[in-house]
Design a protein around this ligand. Structure first.
Ligand code: WQD
Length: 340
């Protein structure tokens, strides 16, 4: 039996592929490389010593996806196939609704044709919108998303829940990621930073690499320990392991289950900058700027349920996240001779 990683060449998908291969799964990646680079497939083999089969297909295309399903006995699907830039989604909402919903609906239709009943979905804490209380639990209200990207994640959660309600043999797990950062310790896979990154860590590593003169810190007047935004940063390899635990859970579960994947600890922007400087020895110049529209002050996860039900919890530290993110930046921009 094989496991299909839809969008498996991307940042989270490629790290999950490493963990699934290491766990002994046969891995099939379906990806059109619209937000990833095809070279990652060879680098996954370099890390694991195992071939991940990859099909360059548009997951939203029924005919292309049908051709992949017809070649293998697929037992489970992990759905990473979606665009994920918050800012871009505000500029191009139709692109995000068309792509992120089409990949989902096509996956479900082809899965139904081949009798595949188990799916893990790459959701996001962004479905919680502005938290009423923290830490956030899986029972907290969702849907008050502040951007089209977050709304696609919320809509897809609803689509998958309805699909499972209509088929008692279906098993759906929704994984709500908090802030994934870092990279595999080899430094040869990581987050592609097309154009200027929106997210904090890629911006820090690019500043450390001299690509940017300074880091802009959006707001230091939030009601937090030092006034800067607080988030629950989780190492992408811990997140990847969470997907293996989720697929194992699909075997013993039907219906829909939601899990927060975070560390349960929040760090402020200044605390991340401080940790990065300590780990790498590199000074990160910054400038305090006005708050970024749509940002929330503080957000971190209650992680009790994933530990109790999946037997999973994060293990890596903020220092690990900073160290591994920096090593990937150096590999990515070819300065790895300084890798620590
Ligand atoms: C983190 C903190 C910023 C950049 C988003 C998505 C979420 C998920 C993760 C996909 C905030 C501050 C940032 C910068 C800064 N994506 N910041 N200067 O907004 O919490 O979450 O990415 O799943 O769904 O919403 O992450 O890294 O953009 O911001 O000061 O150059 O860093 O204000 O406090 P965010 P982020």
């Amino acid at each position: 039996m094989a496991i299909l990683l839809a969008g498996g060449a991307g940042f989270i998908g490629s790290h999950a592929a490493v963990e699934f291969l290491n766990a002994g799964y046969d891995v099939i990646i379906a990806d059109n490389f619209s937000n990833s680079d095809s070279g990652v497939i060879d680098r996954i083999k370099t890390i694991t010593g195992i071939d991940a089969i990859c099909h360059a297909v548009n997951v939203a295309s029924y005919s292309e996806l049908d051709k992949v399903f017809s070649q293998y006995e697929i037992s489970d699907v992990v759905h990473f196939a979606g665009y994920k830039a918050v800012g871009e989604s505000v500029q191009k909402p139709l692109l995000y609704y068309r792509n992120n919903l089409d990949t989902t609906l096509t996956l479900l239709e082809v899965m139904s044709k081949y009798g595949v009943k188990r799916i893990v979905f790459s959701s996001s804490a962004t479905v919680y919108g502005t938290p009423i209380k923290i830490p956030l639990t899986e029972n907290d209200p969702v849907g008050s998303c502040t951007n089209p990207y977050g709304k696609t994640k919320y809509f897809i959660e609803q689509i998958l829940t309805d699909a499972a309600d209509a088929d008692p043999n279906m098993s759906v797990v929704l994984l709500r990621y908090f802030n994934p950062i870092g990279a595999h310790e080899s430094g040869i896979i990581g987050e592609l930073a097309n154009n200027i990154p929106n997210n904090l860590m890629p911006y820090i590593t690019q500043t450390a690499a001299g690509i940017h003169e300074k880091l802009n810190i959006y707001g230091n007047d939030y009601p937090t320990s030092d006034g800067t935004g607080v988030r629950d940063y989780i190492h992408v390899m811990d997140l990847a392991k969470g997907h293996v635990a989720a697929v194992k859970y699909l075997d013993v579960h039907t219906g829909t289950e939601v899990f927060n994947l975070g560390t349960g600890t929040g760090y402020s922007v200044l605390e991340i900058v401080d940790a990065f400087e300590k780990v790498t020895g590199i000074h990160i110049p910054y400038k305090i700027m006005p708050r970024r529209p749509g940002d929330i002050a503080e957000c971190y996860a209650c992680i009790e349920k994933a530990e109790r039900v999946l037997g999973w919890k994060s293990e890596k530290s903020i220092d690990d996240m900073c160290r591994d993110a920096w090593r990937w930046q150096q590999h990515y921009d070819g300065t790895e001779k300084h890798a620590r």
